[in-house]
Design a protein around this ligand. Structure first.
Ligand code: SF4
Length: 391
């Protein structure tokens, strides 16, 4: 691609000032990838210099039954599947205690979308513990893990209502729900979200808005390469930026690349092309200069360092204890190797809590008890004490 002077001018301005949607669409369509990446890197160096973070976590796969069906997903299981997970409190606590031994600070609770609405098996499992909804059980398990181990809960249970999120505010330092895409086109017949009503962008935006009203720090992000157009990708990033401008509660934005998996509806689709994905990562930084941008290293095991060049400042959760149950075919790299890659690019790797420092210090946590637990394992900077998580 030629260096169009007007594009160069937008890039130069982007280093100091967020771009408009029209500018972003144009950059995504026509700017050379190396120029996008170099600009994104310079923006990150201005707004997030020196320290790259990760969260040392355990992945608690509470229940992997799911009411919805996304055509790329292998996380969701059916009754009778050998990998069906329906955890009891003893199993939950055992994982959290193992995490404590490895100095993890995050207990990531993940579930399918409202399994009790579809499966009698889920209803009777919840009933056994005295609950009628998954979120009630998450609330109890969050309390258990927090009080017994001090690991800080972070829940991703899909599209929760405001009332449900409020139930988790005293035990969870943050919540997660991927926007994935703002494109309603991807809910149409034959598209990946046709049978996933919770992935309708209106539903996801509503969840993220409700979280904003509750001042819950939120993790969200996009899934790149599931059939969106480049314009739709830019619009998804703008939707996230606008939510943050309104509520100030988006603590991180995950940029995740689609990888086809066997035995799914999208098994024959191509993965997100690496050039396109690199452009997407750089555009995220250009569109959201001051926000935390993350690419999970396990999904790009041989090339993850290049996303530092494209402006990210976080690697997300890495577990020395549990696998990534959403992407079990992609083992997490060792924290040591992530540190080497990070330092090889002249940055320091630090462990963070499942709530970023600016949110921990910014009055988002209203529970004194949660603040006390966070205070035990963090230092003045709001990151994990270096004598606690020192690899
Ligand atoms: S991606 Fe989430 S909502 Fe979609 S089928 Fe899998 S578990 Fe369910």
């Amino acid at each position: 691609m030629l260096a169009n002077p007007a594009l160069v001018e937008i890039l130069n301005r982007a280093i100091e000032k967020p771009v408009s949607r029209e500018e972003a669409i144009w950059l995504m369509a026509e700017c050379a990838t190396d120029s996008l990446v170099a600009t994104a890197g310079r923006i990150r160096d201005r707004t997030r210099p020196d320290i790259i973070t990760y969260s040392r976590k355990v992945f608690i796969n509470l229940v992997n039954l799911c009411r919805d069906t996304c055509t790329y997903c292998t996380y969701k299981k059916e009754p009778g599947d050998a990998l069906l997970s329906m955890m009891d409190p003893r199993q939950v606590l055992a994982i959290a205690e193992a995490g404590k031994k490895f100095r993890c600070t995050e207990a990531l609770f993940v579930t399918g979308e409202r399994p009790e609405q579809k499966y009698e098996q889920a209803r009777s499992w919840l009933h056994k513990f005295g609950h009628s909804s998954t979120v009630e059980y998450i609330q109890e398990m969050s309390e258990l893990v927090l009080s017994k181990t001090g690991l800080l809960p972070h829940t991703n249970a899909g599209s929760l209502t405001k009332k449900e999120m409020a139930m988790l505010k005293d035990t969870n330092v943050s919540l997660g729900v991927m926007l994935e895409t703002i494109s309603e086109r991807l809910t149409e017949k034959g598209m990946p979200h046709e049978d996933a009503p919770s992935k309708n962008p209106k539903v996801r935006i509503k969840t993220l808005e409700s979280a904003g009203e509750l001042r819950m720090p939120m993790t969200t992000g996009i899934l790149v390469g599931i059939g969106e157009t480049p314009d739709e990708l830019v619009d998804s990033l703008f939707a996230i930026r606008q939510l943050h401008e309104k509520y100030g509660h988006i603590q991180e934005v995950i940029i995740q690349n689609f990888a086809p998996k066997p035995d799914t509806g999208m098994a024959q689709e191509p993965p997100a092309q690496s050039e396109y994905f690199r452009r997407a990562v750089a555009m995220a930084r250009i569109i959201m200069p001051d926000m935390n941008i993350q690419v999970p290293p396990n999904l790009n095991p041989d090339t993850f360092g290049r996303y530092l060049d494209a402006g990210i400042n976080d690697w997300g959760g890495i577990s020395p204890v549990t696998i990534d149950h959403v992407n079990p075919e992609f083992p997490w790299p060792s924290i040591k190797s992530v540190k080497q890659v990070t330092e090889g690019r002249g940055r320091r790797l630090r462990a963070r809590l499942p709530i970023y420092p600016e949110f921990l210090k910014g009055g988002f946590i209203t529970s004194d008890r949660l603040m006390q637990y966070a205070g035990l394992i963090s230092d003045d900077s709001g990151l994990v004490r270096e004598d606690y998580a020192n690899d």
